[in-house]
Design a protein around this ligand. Structure first.
Ligand SMILES: Cc1cc2nc3c(=O)[nH]c(=O)nc-3n(C[C@H](O)[C@H](O)[C@H](O)COP(=O)(O)OP(=O)(O)OC[C@H]3O[C@@H](n4cnc5c(N)ncnc54)[C@H](O)[C@@H]3O)c2cc1C
Length: 475
């Protein structure tokens, strides 16, 4: 029987698109280049036998809050969220109290921030009251009629300025460092307009849903999505890279979970020149260098409070993180780290631990910043080197080869500044639709951009359902 839809790529967005189509009763096939599904949502044995590492994403607040994932029965297909004791830890020098731990409970956090507590509550409290409505409005194309205009306006007023302006609302170095650690996820200089928005979203998620991760590895979420898709009748083919459209089986629609460049290659001369030119101008952000460690013991943080969270923002004060994000590759990089095995011990042999970390580098860089990253870790965890049993590093270019979505090592699949969010990949209320009938782009190079939430795939699938199958309502 002829397929209704083919999805090229089984990253979180491809799987999400396929599930959305299958839930509408369509016959769907997903074709993935790698031998397992997941793309940037996958786990591998990257160091020693018995250690499970997350190749891409490690911490999943966006997934836990995703309006799409939340309506699907992924728990019935093996997903089990682990919530560490606190969402995020941020070490600082002993003179600054040794750092700050972001508490999930808002009242506790307000109390912890002391003189900055009232400002923090004014910023987050009103957004938290309607966080689901706000996320519905944020995790979609920027140009749309908002369903929750007041909450969105309040968010926009606070978030549109830069993280630097947001940090200026606070007096204590701890609160300002916390803001920097959040904002640096954007990979943009902290003075860039709009970096306040990502900062607020990440803080909001910490209080609303926490910063959890799937038991057993990120792969468990991808696996649950594949199993749910198959339960709905969808089919997944792995180990096949689609390079020409002639490779695809006949179907009414094709959704591409890949880069705009790969989409253009598949469309060939069917793509109008103006669309081709627009996609060729698509901009990427900086890359990353990624590190996976097998450790003989937990990270020896100088401040043991840092062991309460799985996610650790290592980079010091606001000024230090701001400097590192202005010029990537400097001596004191901002290091985003995760220590899963403190809360999910089965990922390593008994008593041993995994450690996941990355730092920003320039796009497509082949520079090796291992020494700078490890010096930064030693600064806050003296003796770290002594716990290392094995280390694997992944360069920006290796990431690009792993998935075309991570062009130049950009984990967000495209630059995350305001222009990059508007032109993703083109300025449109339906940026998923291409000018070629039946063809859609559904990767993180479409709104809402990077992160594990599946919302690009979900909205792309809804667009295809409306265009080609007359399905109007959400599924
Ligand atoms: C090191 C790293 C750390 C990250 N950390 C986090 C984190 O902690 N939390 C978070 O929320 N996000 C994180 N991210 C971001 C997140 O992983 C991405 O935003 C997300 O994976 C993008 O999903 P996607 O489906 O758009 O693309 P991808 O995940 O890249 O999936 C695309 C899939 O399509 C396949 N494909 C592409 N082209 C073809 C083709 N022609 N034929 C067949 N198959 C094809 C690829 O092989 C791949 O499997 C991280 C990313 C990286 C790389």
């Amino acid at each position: 029987m002829k397929l209704d839809a083919v999805v090229v790529g089984a990253g979180p967005n491809g799987l999400s698109a396929a599930i959305t189509l299958a839930r509408a009763g369509l016959r769907v096939q997903v074709i993935e280049a790698h031998d397992q599904v997941g793309g940037g949502l996958s786990s591998q044995a990257l160091t020693l036998p018995g250690f499970t590492h997350d190749y891409g994403s490690a911490i999943h607040p966006l997934a836990a809050a995703s309006p799409a994932f939340r309506q699907w029965p992924l728990h019935a297909f093996g997903l089990d969220w682990i919530h560490p004791g606190a969402p995020v830890a941020h070490p600082l020098a002993a003179a600054l109290g040794g750092g700050i731990v972001l508490e999930r409970n808002l009242d506790q956090m307000v109390a912890l921030l002391g003189p900055d507590g009232a400002t923090y509550r004014r910023l987050l409290g009103p957004l938290l009251r309607d966080w689901q409505g706000l996320l519905d409005d944020i995790l979609r194309p920027l140009i749309h009629w908002p369903a929750h205009p007041f909450t969105l306006a309040r968010f926009g007023l606070r978030g549109l300025p830069s993280a630097q302006m947001l940090a200026a609302l606070f007096d204590t170095p701890q609160a300002r460092a916390l803001i920097a650690g959040m904002a640096a996820h954007t990979t943009l200089p902290l003075s860039t307009p709009g970096t306040g928005a990502m900062t607020l979203v990440l803080l909001l998620l910490a209080h609303a849903v926490g910063w959890p991760f799937p038991r057993g590895g990120a792969q468990a979420l991808a696996q649950a999505m594949q199993s749910y898709l198959e339960y709905l009748g969808g089919e997944v083919i792995t180990g096949v890279r689609v390079e020409r459209r002639e490779q695809l089986p006949p179907s009414r629609v094709v959704l591409v979970d890949s880069s705009p460049q790969v989409l253009l290659g598949l469309l060939g001369d069917q793509a109008p020149a103006s669309y081709r030119a627009a996609l060729e101008r698509f901009r990427y952000g900086p890359g990353i260098q990624k590190f996976d460690y097998a450790l003989s013991a937990p990270v020896p943080w100088e401040n043991p409070q840092m062991l309460r969270a799985a996610t650790v923002h290592v980079g010091g004060t606001f000024a230090e993180i701001s400097a590192s994000e202005r010029h990537h590759g400097g001596p004191r990089p901002y290091v985003l780290a995760a220590q899963h095995t403190l809360f999910d011990p089965a990922r390593a042999p008994q008593g041993h631990h995994t450690f996941w970390a990355y730092a920003h580098v320039s796009s497509a860089s082949s520079a090796d910043i291992t020494a700078q990253v490890e010096a930064q870790l030693e600064r806050f965890a003296p003796g770290f080197a002594g716990t290392v049993l094995a280390r694997t590093q992944t360069t920006a270019l290796t990431l690009q080869h792993f998935s075309p979505v991570f062009q130049g090592g950009d984990v967000n699949g495209g630059k995350g500044d305001l222009l990059g969010l508007l032109m993703r990949p083109t300025l449109s209320v339906t940026p998923y639709r291409t000018p070629v009938k039946g063809w859609y782009l559904c990767s993180s190079s479409t709104p809402p951009g990077g992160g594990i939430h599946g919302m690009a795939g979900y909205h792309a699938a809804l667009t295809a359902l409306r265009d080609e199958f007359g399905v109007q309502e959400s599924v």
